[in-house]
Ligand binder design. Structure first.
Ligand SMILES: [Fe+2]
Length: 163
């Protein structure tokens, strides 16, 4: 039995959505491990704030990993779970040894910039496939990431720059 027979979605069009979700899953897994590193290695005056913040961000990334994987399954695909496979398709670079808050936040902002581009493309693919649920899921991610960009930019801006 195939889930797509019941979902009433076009198999060929949905295959494009599944392929793009697999890449997004790989990106989120690499992003997750990068955040773990930031949480562990951050140093300096912002430690207590950022150590906690990175934990809440990697928890959020882990939840999204699961949502993306289960959406792939719902659409009849099989999510990858091997990190060696993620690294073959991920467009996010692994990073380690980041101890400065500036470098960590810049890395996260660049990652979000990438996610936003890829998620907008994925929303178009999903809409072409009439897959409004995937489009809605990713629109929710975009909404959160756009707001987080505002907050990270505000965090990174020295107050004297606004005077
Ligand atoms: Fe911890």
């Amino acid at each position: 039995m195939k889930t797509l027979n019941y979902l009433n979605l076009n198999e060929n069009k949905v295959a494009n959505v599944v392929a793009a979700l697999q890449n997004l899953l790989a990106d989120f897994q690499v992003y997750y491990t990068n955040l773990r590193g930031f949480h562990w290695e951050i140093k300096g005056r912002g430690f207590f704030v950022l150590h906690e913040k990175f934990e809440s961000m990697y928890d959020d990334a882990a939840a999204k990993v699961d949502e993306i994987a289960e959406r792939i399954l719902t659409l009849g695909g099989t999510p990858e779970n091997k990190f060696s496979d993620y690294l073959k398709v991920a467009r996010i670079q692994e990073v380690s040894g980041v101890t400065s808050s500036r470098e960590a936040v810049e890395n996260i902002l660049e990652t979000y910039k990438h996610f936003i581009v890829e998620e907008r493309k994925l929303i178009e693919l999903a809409e072409e496939a009439n897959d409004v649920v995937t489009a809605d899921l990713l629109t929710g991610y975009l909404k959160e990431q756009e707001k987080m960009i505002w907050m990270l930019v505000a965090f990174s801006t020295r107050s004297c720059e606004n005077k």
